[in-house]
Design a protein around this ligand. Sequence first.
Ligand SMILES: [Zn+2]
Ligand SMILES: [Zn+2]
Length: 332
Amino acid sequence: MLICFREESLENDSLYLPMRYNTTLKCSVARTINLLGERWIFLILGEAYFGICRFDQFQKNLGIARNILTNRLNYLVQNGIIKKQKYTDPPYRFEYKLTEMGLQLFPIILTMIAWGDKWIAGPEGPPLLLYHQVCGQLIKPVVVCSNCDKEIKVSDISYNQKVVSCSDFDNVSYTMRKFGQKSNASCSVERFVNLYGDHWTFLIIRAAFFRVRRFDQFLKEVGIPRSSLTYRLRALVNNGIFEKKLYCHHPRRYEYRLTQKGKDMYPLILTTLRWGDRWLAGKEGPPLQLIHKPCGQIIEPLTICDHCRHEIKAWETSYINGTGASENRSSG
Ligand SMILES: [Zn+2]
Ligand SMILES: [Zn+2]
């Protein structure tokens, strides 16, 4: 079963996710995005990492319709990311707590926040400041190779399999959110998802990290319909993730290359791959393995604190509102 959701549905809140994600996809990024690639899902998780666990708190902080929130929480429970626990005597009330699988999604959210703070926070600065309780410093996540402890750079990676086509998405009906829309979102996760919370977009960016550059290559590797690709590439150029480079004069043809802003998404792609490999790969193991060239080992990315070099865990972080925060947030 595929998750199908449409732009207008996100706007008018009339949409429900099916309960289970698609298990036939052959790449961990595709699987993870298929499981989580929806704006509300990311936003609910973002709140959960900040300690929110009760229905009314989620509802207040996100301004989400109650029926949509119920649907998304049930979806997360069904897929093992959140567990529902009683916290009163009858009449029962419930709390929603992250499972181990959910807690380990944290590096994805963290790398997303770091990217959002750097590239889309605007002049008013980051909306939230995250602290590492282990060392007391502001968190700057770095994704390193767990074998050799070096930061993982795009150029240091090779992979042992051709990029897997994600043609499984062919029959997904999906149109984009208003891409590039200015966002007043209160956290970088929300800003990020407003801009890129679309699995096609994420898969196009992923393909670019595997050196896919030309229109026809994207078409083939991502398995995306032509018109959807045209639209997304234009949006990615307008948003400064890709730049267009002329590579043929007659006829005029362009390549799409990652800008620095685009390249900075790499830790996010890595943490997404890692999580998908661990939790969604199934018996046959990860479909695509990345090799860290400096040490020659299969990459096990680890998200560590730039300051103390310890792995960053969700329960060892705290946050305060930054200069770019809006006022309507409450903490749990
Ligand atoms: Zn290494
Ligand atoms: Zn630290």
